[in-house]
Design a binder for this molecule. Structure first.
Ligand SMILES: N=C(N)NCCCCNCCCN
Ligand SMILES: [Mn+2]
Ligand SMILES: [Mn+2]
Length: 306
């Protein structure tokens, strides 16, 4: 078991199990090890490397889908962008700009991109890339403990606690799932704009939330952003701002499978993993979640040949 943070050397998702080839890959994993505004526990800049390292322990064979999904999909791991590790300074503007440009070019190459962070503020740049790459409207579906709807936090509008406000201000519809920590300003905005929010407290006693959430999405196309603190911290303790009462593993997977089969998911991100020294639970769980996203997309797009 590793006892220190992962090295900065790039390792491929799933490692030696797959032959990385950009041309034939349908899926690109894009590491964005950027951290600047996290407000409590630090370390999400180490999220991507720990996820990639942990992914080497995944079985290629997905027992739910009865396939070695990685061979149907082809998975290419991009070099990291907006890297703040080892004290490197990257401004929020630079991070947003390089993220947006990288996404735009990967979308032009028709790749299904899973961006892995890094702090949640990165998602504003990712979503801008999709706005440039797609003419049609899309909904941003967010799994998160937090609303992230503040206008500004700790003197910056580029805080991870403000990312969904940036997206609402872009004029995109949003559906927020797993929410259980918001401030007065966010509660007021939700009412004022009549935002669609599925609260963890209500989801716990309403088994129909999955179908209701899918039905509430107003567009065919969806961008999915997963802040991993939306999942219960007993499953993923390695986050910066843990909140009790999150989604459990199988409801998460059931929701995601339904989402991918009923909507056209144009891209996703998996953010805010901040590995814990001497435990691999968080990064392994997030690596597995990432591979499930690839599997559900493969199923939905017919990449899996029966
Ligand atoms: N998206 C997030 N992770 N947001 C975290 C917000 C932290 C709010 N602390 C409030 C403390 C006020 N006393
Ligand atoms: Mn969060
Ligand atoms: Mn968040």
């Amino acid at each position: 078991m590793r006892s220190t943070f992962p090295s900065t050397a790039v390792v491929d998702f799933l490692g030696s199990e797959i032959v990385p080839d950009y041309e034939t890959a349908k899926v690109v994993i894009l590491p964005i090890p950027y951290e600047a505004t996290t407000s409590y526990r630090k370390g999400c800049e180490n999220g991507p490397a720990s996820l990639l390292e942990a992914s080497h322990q995944l079985e290629c064979y997905d027992e739910e889908l009865d396939r070695e999904v990685c061979f149907d999909a082809g998975i290419f791991t991009h070099t990291p962008i907006a890297d703040t590790r080892n004290g490197k300074s990257v401004s929020a503007e630079e991070m947003l700009s390089v993220t947006q440009q990288t996404l735009k070019s990967l979308i032009e190459d028709q790749k299904f991109v899973i961006s892995i962070g890094g702090e949640h503020s990165i998602t504003a740049g990712v979503v801008q890339g999709y706005r440039q790459g797609y003419q049609e409207p899309f909904t941003v579906v967010q799994i998160d403990a937090h609303g992230d709807l503040r206008h500004e936090y700790e003197d910056t509008i580029h805080s991870h606690a403000c990312v969904m406000r940036r997206i609402v201000n872009m004029g995109l519809p949003t559906v927020q799932v797993g929410i259980r920590a918001i401030c007065q300003e966010e509660a007021d905005l939700i009412k004022e704009k009549n935002l669609t929010v599925f609260r963890a407290r209500e989801m716990a006693f309403n088994l129909d939330w999955i179908e209701q959430a899918i039905a509430s999405i107003p567009t065919e196309k969806v961008f999915l952003t997963i802040d991993v603190d939306g999942i219960d911290p007993s499953l993923i303790p390695g986050v910066g701002t843990p909140e009790p009462g999150g989604l459990n593993w199988y409801s998460t997977l059931t929701f995601l499978r339904r989402l991918f089969e009923s909507k056209d998911v144009i891209g996703c991100d998996v953010m805010e993993l901040a590995p814990v020294v001497d435990s691999v639970v968080s990064e392994f769980t997030v690596a597995k979640l990432t591979y499930k996203l690839i599997g559900y997309q493969a199923l939905s797009k017919g990449w899996i040949k029966q």
